[in-house]
Design a binder for this molecule. Structure first.
Ligand code: C5P
Length: 224
């Protein structure tokens, strides 16, 4: 039963952890669409398309067709990693600098159009768990199962802060908290494909739920 599972929600709600494990259990493909928006952002930063925080949209849009994004399996970890023009950028896109610019990039309809097309192609045979912001509303509005994840801002910021610290990133809790709030704000209010819960999505507030407890909830929905 190769269904499509859409996992959307606010930043740092543990979407990817849940989606990844769900895919593993079901032997489905897992796709992290946030990584794709981050890869375009990394490209823009590397190519100096931000001048004093201001994005040169025209230049980016003109270069979009030279941008190749795909996922390749790392045979050591058995996890798929994002590649930008054949270079593995998995670690680079998780840096705070990328988080601080990604929501600006994700507002651009040209960028969204390009990435949504790739996402729909990847998921056309089903058997996929895709996480992002607009999967249940735009990418796969017909998905058989839609989850919408949220948690309190404090919980999310604390989790993300700890994660970044273990990676050795020099960052304060406040910077992480402010970035989450700012991204949610921009993501929810943009003109194109704003972040919102699909009407038929199941809401999961995991502020006080462990991963196991979340699985218990989802089990009943997918019989995994
Ligand atoms: O999921 P993650 O936090 O890595 O996503 C980074 C950013 O990419 C989000 O804050 C949002 O601006 C953008 N995004 C999006 N649509 C998606 C996935 C991510 O706009 N489907």
């Amino acid at each position: 039963n190769k269904i499509t599972i859409a996992v959307d929600g606010h930043s740092s709600t543990g979407k990817s952890t849940l989606a990844k494990q769900l895919a593993k259990k079901l032997h489905f493909i897992y796709v992290d669409t946030g990584a794709m928006y981050r890869a375009v952002t990394y490209f823009a930063l590397e190519n100096k398309l931000f001048e004093n925080q201001k994005l040169n949209k025209e230049k980016l849009v003109a270069q979009l067709n030279q941008l190749e994004i795909d996922f390749q399996l790392n045979t050591n970890t058995n996890e798929s990693q994002i590649h930008l023009n054949s270079t593995n950028v998995e670690n680079k896109i998780r840096k705070m600098q990328v988080s601080q610019h990604v929501s600006i990039i994700a507002q651009l309809p040209e960028v969204r159009h390009k990435l949504v097309e790739i996402q729909q192609e990847m998921g056309k045979y089903g058997g996929i768990v895709m996480d992002g912001r607009d999967i249940g509303t735009v990418v796969f509005p017909g998905a058989e199962l839609k989850l919408f994840m949220t948690a309190s801002a404090k919980t999310r910021a604390q989790r993300r802060f700890e994660e970044l610290q273990t990676k050795g990133e020099e960052i304060t809790y406040k910077e992480v908290y402010d970035n989450l709030i700012e991204r949610d704000e921009i993501d929810s209010n943009r003109a194109h494909s704003p972040l919102k819960k699909a009407e038929d999505a199941v809401l999961i507030d995991n502020s006080n739920l462990s991963l196991e407890e979340q699985f218990e909830m989802i089990k009943a929905l997918v019989k995994c």
